[in-house]
Ligand binder design. Sequence first.
Ligand code: ZN
Length: 441
Amino acid sequence: MTDSDTKDIFSKKKSLLITNVVTAEGKQVDIFIDGQETISDFGNEIRKQHRGEADFIIDGDGAIVLPGLSNTHTHAAMSLLRGYADDMILQDWLSQKIWPLEAHLTADDVYWGTKLACLEMIRTGTTAFNDMYFQMESAAKAVDEAGIRAVLSYGFIDLSLPEKRENECKATKKLVAHIKAMNNSRIKAAAGPHAIYTVSPEGLKWCAEFAREQDIPVHIHLSETEKEVTDCVTQHGKRPAQLLDECGILTHTTIAAHGCWLDDDECTLLGKRGVFVSHNPASNMKLATHRALPYQKLNEAGAPVCIGTDGCASNNNLDLFEEVKTAALLQKFFWNDPTILPAPAALAMATTTGAKALGFGTGILATGAPADLILVANHTPCNTPLHNIPSNLVYSCNGDSVETTICNGKVLMLHHEIPGEHEILSKASHAAMQLVKRAQA
Ligand SMILES: [Zn+2]
């Protein structure tokens, strides 16, 4: 492939033949994408029949092919706050550092912050994410341009004030209408009631009803801290999951993030309702939530557990390979059992379960599946030797091992090259510096 060829591969959808790659199950395959949004052909030695019709051939050279990963809980534009404040008590961190800075966020900041987040996700193998933040019309523009998939929600916070609730309902309706009007199959809207401690039961009920009426999912924080649970019991006489259920929030299209302090009955309830629970181990460890998500209980209850990074200010990156490893280690360490969350199950949180949570296919590579896939370099120390592919992917690799990222049939990164990367880094860096200056003025 020549240099001009390389530029052309990014410019529009082309028919692609990817040869000589290996699945996580160890099967040698070729993949043909006929300029469409789905995989046209997937199998062993299919290169012969498609060589003639492909605009481009990518020689995988033994790379591992995986479905694009799904990050099921983040606040993408918080990438601008990366490293701004660390090593603090959660409440102080929020009230002294994060909220004062967020008060100065402009639509332009959210645009460049989301561009930066998408760049980092493409580089580390994520092709779909679940976002909750402000100025989300700007986030939608950034995602549209980046070429990946997202479920976008406005962070609804009414603080039990009726007037504020009015505004939040309006902002939610406006975003949903905006995204529906974009008519982009890669971008979906969700209702985003922030949490039980920031949204009144009236606000929660409105979000549940609105989501049902609009046929969109719900994205919410649940049982992140012990204080959230004890305050809820004091105020409402019941635990957070029960309160959410009474407000109609818990359904099979709901993603609840964190879940650190869920008890057994709440796990059973979430399983019964089919709620997706997003495990955010790095953020939970960094902010010392003092309890790990009860993975085994949720699993036994039938509640699907997926994975998320949370925002960049509490992680501090969007690398799902690192997140999956952290989840596997935290579960073993906290619950004192090395057999919990073995490598294939940890990987499934970011692939199959994540894709289902976001409603973008099944996260399984096959003919007819969405053409969302990543190639992980084989000839690297972290993949040598390769006794057991899921083990290497979960315990040895990080996102730097991803060399090629394809979403919706379009090449977004080829052999580590992403077009426009330099501009995004410099504009995002400038936006972050200006934001801090405004906040300190
Ligand atoms: Zn969050």
